[in-house]
Design a protein around this ligand. Structure first.
Ligand code: BJ8
Length: 425
């Protein structure tokens, strides 16, 4: 019998009718995009289940955890150090974004030329359809791009639990000092919220839990360099998206199970697309659930995606945190070392990202790079011009796409993507 989560959603203040409609549209989209794929690894059944319960069972687990004293912290960015959250027995979850919602209300609050990701986060809040934002004990905003930074001033008026973290814009000693101070302040805030003092053993445990999730995804992704690729880009993206919601140990175990399967598939040359299918590296803005538009177009136009240079992808999960250290200060420095390497486009200059794109292109044996920029995303749109030019100069075919969450441009995107695939085939 299907569980009835309506009382739970009602207790969180969700608009049940709007939420039902959202789940209906999501379910339909999911089944058209994911379930219609051929030759998926059997292990993806777990992710189908997670997605069907992402607003149900997972929310119930979080609420049950809260009853036992485990706090929930929501975040919009991979700069929020999960190690510190886990060290205090709290749970870090990604907040809803990735689809347009309550757009009329959003347009009254935010400038029109705000990126779809930010608008979407507000749409989920204003439309009362995100159980994560409602269930969270603390929301962490971060001063990354100007859009996010200023939008948190607006969000602060809508919620009473917003904490804003400052983020440097340059990889300088001063930038590092700023991030160090901000992580120390965040640790204090987490300790205050949870009533738990983070000691070295706890911090080491938080590092281990978080590293294990990353390790599992590194392993899964390593198999995508094979030809034929043993998993579609859509399914791999889904695994990267679920990373932000699922219980960590269960997530790592499920990813490792799929990886075992992929290893076998490679031995017998099996995959959802035939050997020799043109291979694409996606690069650019993060794609949160249910933003599957461009990967879906790519993989229904004769190519396979073999890597994501994105925060919902390798930019978010690359590099483990060193767990060696005896004191909290040493371990906090290790955390700082790891996060200060994130090559988000908010940094200036940001040469590491260009290098990472080229390195991923080689490692995954890609044939071309599609740069995915959200309209009005200044950091990534600015970088995309140079990324495209530099790649082309080095003989790496590149296509620059600027889009949003609407479906209006699907036809036009398909034409451009098909032409690009023809060029690299
Ligand atoms: S570390 S990429 S998750 S900031 S798409 S809101 S940049 S205008 S999401 Fe990001 Fe952290 Fe960086 Fe990663 Fe602004 Fe661009 Fe919108 Fe964006």
């Amino acid at each position: 019998m299907e569980a009835n989560y309506a009382p739970l959603w009602e207790s969180l203040g969700l608009d049940l009718d709007a939420h039902d409609e959202l789940l209906r549209v999501l379910g339909e989209g999911y089944s058209n995009i994911f379930l219609s794929q051929k030759d998926r690894p059997e292990g993806m059944a777990y992710f189908d289940f997670v997605m069907s319960e992402v607003h149900g069972l997972r929310i119930k687990e979080l609420i049950d955890g809260q009853k036992e004293g485990r706090k929930v912290i929501g975040s919009f960015c991979v700069f929020v150090p999960e190690e510190i959250v886990r060290a205090a027995d709290a749970t870090l979850v990604g907040l809803c974004t990735g689809a347009d919602f309550a757009t009329d209300e959003v347009d009254k609050l935010l400038p029109r030329n705000t990126c779809a990701l930010i608008k979407s986060a507000f749409g989920f809040k204003l439309g009362k359809v995100c159980p994560y934002i409602e269930a969270a004990d603390l929301l962490v905003g971060e001063n990354t791009c100007d859009g996010k930074k200023k939008s948190f001033e607006v969000l602060d008026k809508l919620v009473d639990k917003l904490y804003v973290m400052d983020i440097p814009q340059m990889k300088s000693p001063e930038g590092r000092a700023l991030l160090k101070a901000e992580y120390a302040r965040f640790k204090k805030a987490v300790e205050k919220l949870t009533g738990i003092v983070i000691d070295p053993a706890r911090l080491r445990n938080g590092i281990e839990i978080t590293n294990n999730k990353r390790r599992a995804l590194h392993r899964l992704n390593s198999f995508r360099s094979a030809d034929p690729a043993p998993i579609s880009g859509l399914d791999a993206l889904l695994a990267n998206q679920v990373y932000f919601y699922d219980e960590p140990a269960r997530f790592s175990e499920s990813i490792n199970k799929i990886s075992d399967e992929l290893e076998q598939r490679i031995k017998v040359g099996e995959g959802p697309f035939p050997k020799g299918t043109p291979r694409i590296l996606m690069s650019g803005c993060p794609m949160a659930v249910p933003n599957w538009k461009v990967p879906w177009i790519v993989e229904t136009s004769g190519a396979v995606i073999v890597g994501e240079e994105s925060c919902v992808g390798e930019r978010g999960t690359q590099n483990l945190t060193d767990d060696t250290g005896e004191t909290v200060d040493e371990l906090m420095d290790n955390i700082l070392d790891r996060y200060f390497k994130i090559d988000c486009a908010i940094f200036t200059p940001n040469p590491d990202r260009q290098q990472h794109i080229e390195e991923m292109y080689e490692r995954y044996n890609a044939d071309g790079v599609i740069h995915y920029g959200l309209q009005f995303c200044q950091p990534y749109q600015f970088e995309s011009i140079n990324v495209e030019a530099t790649l082309e100069k080095k003989g790496i075919p590149a296509l620059r796409i600027d889009t949003d969450y609407s479906v209006e441009d699907v036809g036009q995107l398909k034409t451009r993507i098909e032409a690009f695939i023809e060029r690299i085939a």
